[in-house]
Write a protein that binds this ligand. Structure first.
Ligand code: ZN
Length: 208
């Protein structure tokens, strides 16, 4: 057994699941899912920030009824979550914006306060090693109960899952760590500095 074999020891073959999905949906439906929709791309890039700004104004200035306020607050949380899907689909995988995809990715991740350079590297390692013990997102396998999945809808829940708080006893997650390079560390540090400036500007804007 060579080194590669031992690393891939926990590998789960996903081709069976892929074939079953393709058979269930049919080739036409699968093909239509992969077709680019440029109007949809631009609409998403405009509608999500517009919704965020509208909800922020409503919550901060307009709505005072407690029930309506809480409903809007929860809705705002779901809108925030869409940024991750937006960045994942548009910039990370499809590279909308070409060579500017990382700038778009950074800007559209700002509301979630984490760096695009980190998300890109972390998620690409997930795709590369999916189904093995090197999968950076193997923490999702820990979400085996409904209450964990509900908690995962919240920011603290995401933090807890990603730091492997829900990990079953005996599972070794050491191989799932992000493979860091000095260049990647520099890019992440640079983006974190910009995120701190954004947070400062947001705080100042909230006061005045
Ligand atoms: Zn992906």
């Amino acid at each position: 057994m060579n080194k590669g074999d031992s690393v891939m020891s926990g590998y789960r073959d996903l081709s069976v699941a892929r074939k079953a999905c393709a058979k269930e949906l049919g080739s036409v439906a699968v093909g239509s899912l992969h077709r680019a929709n440029h109007f949809g791309d631009v609409a998403t890039m405009v509608v999500v920030p517009a919704l965020t700004i509208t909800l922020t104004i409503l919550i901060g200035k307009v709505v005072h009824n407690p029930v309506a306020w809480i409903a809007l607050f929860i809705l705002q949380g779901f809108v925030f979550q869409t940024y991750q899907f937006l960045v994942h689909d548009l910039f990370l995988h499809r590279r909308v914006g070409g060579r500017w995809h990382s700038i778009f990715g950074f800007l559209y991740l700002l509301p979630l306060l984490f760096p695009y350079a980190w998300f890109h590297a972390f998620h690409m390692q997930h795709h590369k090693y999916i189904g093995s013990d090197r999968d950076t997102e193997s923490y999702k396998q820990d979400l085996d109960q409904v209450w964990k999945r509900i908690l995962f809808l919240t920011f603290p829940g995401v933090k807890m899952a990603m730091s492997r708080r829900f990990k079953p006893a005996g599972v070794d997650d050491s191989a799932a760590a992000l493979q860091m390079t000095p260049e990647l560390a520099r890019r992440i540090a640079r983006e974190k500095s910009l995120i701190r400036i954004y947070m400062l500007a947001l705080t100042v804007a909230a006061i005045f």
